[in-house]
Design a protein around this ligand. Structure first.
Ligand SMILES: Cc1cc2nc3c(=O)[nH]c(=O)nc-3n(C[C@H](O)[C@H](O)[C@H](O)COP(=O)(O)OP(=O)(O)OC[C@H]3O[C@@H](n4cnc5c(N)ncnc54)[C@H](O)[C@@H]3O)c2cc1C
Length: 397
């Protein structure tokens, strides 16, 4: 069989390795002059390639059946990486290569592809795919390729300068597949609130929520709005809603309700003598945040806790439910992933073969499966590459 993999990214290279069995000829067509460009910048150059908590609740899709996220597949992905020489360093469940360099994963994958005899064609942009009888004609800027099976591994449309700019959706659509609307995800949120600029550069631990979804972690205030892993994990909701608000609970690990707040500050006020409310709050929070909150509440920094009267409730509300108006996300240019894509309704999730066009397969981000921040997206890219490559390359099918 002759198998063409379109895209030499994380999922495409793994798919090519698994497809290269028996006497199959496997060709990866990559539009860039190198493969795995995006993988190199993942995890700030350290490549957070998997997460120990490989479970449904970290994945989002319009489909309810994500049964490929299971322990047996988790084991297969981890065994594969150890078989190609990637030594893991696991920090709080986050898998990185022990070298702390994404190059280790990059080099191990490309070496394995080369050892198996995968042929990679660079600077080759696929323009169109047509099925003719039992074959596919893949048209590129370098001419046409005829093959028996095609794997679309073109990624989504986030961070397009790495090569993934949405072509896969066009190919899928032209071959009759439904596309779940695509939005940027794992991305910073933009706010025009006037205090935002005065907090730029501040980082703090908080519980942040949009509607009923909450995340705990480090919030980073920037000149455009909000960033940080916990914000990224809320960005798919903000992306769908457009205008919305993020509630920030700055005291989530200290107080649970107004009574416990009053008890805490009564006691702190008794123990730490001669301090104003502003000075007491500085024991808990960055002073820029303290100033913004006190200003919003109309409370003077130098006012004693005992003189706050009914302003205590206003202060409590702003400390545990500080409202930041969001006008949208920072968009695809800087988003880590695209949410949405080729609908799983049109794909057999046991093989990732199209239900509409036999012989056509999909892997990775081009499909309507998105993970949280933390190794979940590469985890799915690798797993789907293994499954699709393993299925397409099997002579018994
Ligand atoms: C800054 C950043 C940090 C990230 N950090 C992490 C992290 O730490 N952990 C994690 O799990 N995920 C992370 N991700 C997400 C992760 O990198 C992606 O989800 C993953 O790379 C998707 O793999 P893929 O194979 O589907 O697509 P990609 O890796 O995007 O590969 C797609 C390939 O297809 C090629 N291509 C596209 N169109 C064509 C065409 N028409 N013809 C030929 N070739 C084509 C592209 O050039 C590219 O090489 C991060 C993403 C970004 C942007």
């Amino acid at each position: 069989m002759k198998i063409i993999v379109i895209g030499g990214g994380a999922s495409g290279i793994v798919a090519s390795i698994f497809a290269k069995r028996h006497n199959n000829e496997v060709i990866v067509l990559e539009k860039n002059n190198k493969c795995l460009k995006k993988l190199l910048i993942t995890g700030n150059g350290k490549c957070n390639y998997f997460n120990d908590d490989f479970s449904f609740e970290h994945y989002y899709s319009s489909s309810n059946d994500l049964s490929f996220i299971n322990d047996s597949n988790k084991r297969k992905v981890l065994d594969f990486f150890s078989s190609i020489g990637v030594v893991p360093k696991v920090k709080n469940g986050y898998y990185y290569p022990n070298s702390n360099q994404s190059y280790s994963v990059h080099n191990s994958l490309l070496k394995e592809a080369s050892l198996r005899g995968v042929n990679i064609v660079y600077d080759c942009k696929v323009l169109n795919i047509v099925k003719k009888n039992d074959s596919f004609v893949v048209s590129t800027n370098n001419g046409d390729y005829i093959c028996d099976k095609v794997i679309i591994s073109t990624g989504g449309k986030s961070y397009p300068k790495t090569g993934s700019d949405g072509d896969g959706y066009l190919f899928g659509k032209s071959l009759g597949h439904k596309i779940v609307p695509v939005i940027p995800s794992l991305v910073g949120l933009v706010s025009n609130d006037k205090f935002i600029k005065s907090l730029s550069g501040v980082r703090c631990d908080a519980c942040v929520s949009i509607g009923s979804k909450s995340e705990i972690g480090e919030v980073q205030f920037t000149d455009y709005g909000l960033s940080g892993i916990c914000i990224f994990n809320l960005s798919n909701i903000a992306g769908r809603l457009g205008n919305c608000s993020v509630k920030v609970n700055f005291l989530y690990n200290f107080v649970s309700d107004f009574d416990s707040f009053c008890k805490l500050f009564d006691s702190v006020n008794n123990n730490v003598l001669g301090r104003s409310i502003g000075e007491l709050l500085e024991g808990y929070l960055n002073y820029n945040i303290v100033n913004v909150i006190l200003k919003k509440c109309g409370i003077d920094f130098s006012c004693p806790w005992s003189d706050l009267g009914n302003k205590k409730k206003v202060l409590f509300d702003n400390l545990v439910s500080f409202n930041i108006d969001i006008v949208g996300t920072r968009g695809f240019d800087v988003a880590q992933v695209s949410m949405g894509g080729i609908s799983l309704d049109d794909i057999d999730i046991n093989t990732f073969e199209s239900k509409i066009v036999p012989g056509l397969y999909f892997t990775g981000e081009v499909m309507d499966v998105t993970g949280d921040c933390g190794g979940y997206n590469l985890g799915f890219a690798f797993l789907s590459g293994m499954i699709a490559g393993g299925s397409v390359g099997d002579l018994s099918d």
